[in-house]
Design a protein around this ligand. Structure first.
Ligand code: ATP
Ligand code: MG
Length: 392
């Protein structure tokens, strides 16, 4: 019989009640992920271990390896909790991989089982492997092949492969946050990092209408849909706000240098209104120190106070290459995004806008009313399992 063993990292460090709560949220998310793939299964949690039984263990392992909170998974052979049973399964695994001249190691663990300790278990399994493949050698420091064996009160487990998961904390163990999602590369990565940290996610996009690229909304919806794949079974909302009236207002100003600062402040203002309406704790954006003029330290300091809820910036210290690498791994990187540029951005944006000047301009524009009006234009797109369900 085979079972998929799930390893979780940091959850181990939590107190017992917190650990129980996190594991139960994680197993529910695993259940939803397997249901979305149509994989019938049974989840057991003997002594903090998460084991999944089902007809297609390899497909189960692949689906579970995408779940937040999971550090790695292994497809295990389940045996009786005694040395002969475990050794027989280990020999079968080793025979597949060990060629003459290759070295190997047996890594053994034992708990809740009497009659032998883990060293004895490792030694016995090792000699059973050598009996079957006598040309192999034992090397405990740098083996070519490792077989892992565990004796537990519920049985023995034998495996030799680990599939890495995303790590982090189970989705839903933290509160809700609202990520400002654009058609670009950074913000989907920022959203993903906070989802991986357990935050329930809602997306918000500021649509610039005729001032933005023709492909912006299509790409945002694609980013939104792709991110929802990481939390199967959970609906994720995208709120789309109409920013066109605001762009009309700032393009009528004489001075184009401050447009990006005004725009970023406006986005934070509107997103704060929407976050407060829903009770989301914080905003998330893809700001990255020094990336563009609006992300100099001086400008970020002028932009930040426009938010009335905390703003999380998980990418602040990343290099662009690291962000791109992440975006590729997450599946949101788009090599040919089409026309997503902003036509309002000035040629020479200010890299250090004076806060007092910005305040004056905003008073003239009456940005507060513009923000309230913009927050009233929300269109909602719900995504689930990688599909957008349409406007609501
Ligand atoms: P990205 O940073 O996602 O690649 P971008 O480069 O177009 O997109 P920036 O000018 O770097 O955006 O803006 C910084 C952050 O502001 C983005 O990471 C995103 O969180 C937010 N943002 C930018 N444009 C929009 C928009 N139209 N709607 C919602 N959020 C936006
Ligand atoms: Mg950016």
């Amino acid at each position: 019989m085979e079972a998929v063993m799930v390893r979780y990292g940091e959850i181990f460090l939590k107190s017992e009640p917190v650990k129980r709560r996190f594991i139960s949220i994680m197993t529910e998310n695993i259940r939803l992920a397997l249901e979305a793939e149509g994989l019938s299964h049974r989840i057991e949690t003997p002594r903090g271990r998460v084991l999944i039984f089902g007809d297609e263990p390899r497909r189960i392992a692949a689906a579970v390896a995408g779940t937040f909170g999971v550090v790695s998974v292994s497809v295990c052979t389940v045996t009786t909790a005694d040395i002969p049973g475990i050794a027989a399964a280990a020999v079968e695994h080793a025979e597949w991989h060990l060629r003459p001249g290759m070295s190997f190691a047996v890594r053994a663990r034992r708990s809740g089982v009497e009659g032998f300790n883990s060293q004895e278990l490792a030694a016995e399994v090792g000699s059973a492997v050598l009996d079957r493949v006598p040309e192999a050698t034992v090397n405990l420091t740098t083996p070519d092949y490792e077989v892992f064996v565990e004796a537990r009160e519920f049985g023995g487990l034998v495996y030799d492969e680990k599939i890495s998961g995303p790590g982090g904390l189970p989705y839903g163990t933290q509160g809700e946050v609202m990520a400002l999602l654009s058609a670009g590369i950074d913000s989907p990565v920022a959203s993903w990092l906070m989802m991986r940290r357990g935050c329930l996610m809602v997306h918000v996009h500021m649509h610039s209408g005729r001032f933005g690229g023709a492909d912006s909304e299509k790409n945002v919806l694609q980013n939104h849909a792709r991110l929802s794949r990481w939390v199967p079974g959970h609906p994720v909302d995208l709120l789309v706000v109409d920013m066109e009236p605001f762009f009309e207002a700032i393009t009528a100003l004489k001075e184009p240098r401050y447009r990006c600062i005004l725009c970023k402040r406006f986005m934070l203002r509107v997103a704060s209104i929407l976050a407060e309406e829903r009770g989301a704790y914080a905003l998330v954006n893809g700001d990255n120190l020094g990336q563009v003029a609006s992300q100099t330290l001086a400008n970020m300091t002028v932009i930040a106070p426009a938010a009335t809820v905390p703003v999380l910036r998980p990418l602040i210290g990343f290099d662009k290459e690291e962000i791109i690498e992440r975006a590729r791994a997450i599946g949101t990187f788009e090599a040919h995004p089409g026309s997503v540029g902003c036509t309002v951005a000035p040629r020479y944006p200010s890299t250090a806008a004076p806060a007092a000047t910005i305040a004056q301009i905003e008073a003239v524009l009456d940005v507060e009313s513009l923000a309230v009006r913009a927050a009233g234009t929300v269109r909602r797109y719900r995504a689930k399992n990688g599909e957008v369900e349409g406007e609501r």
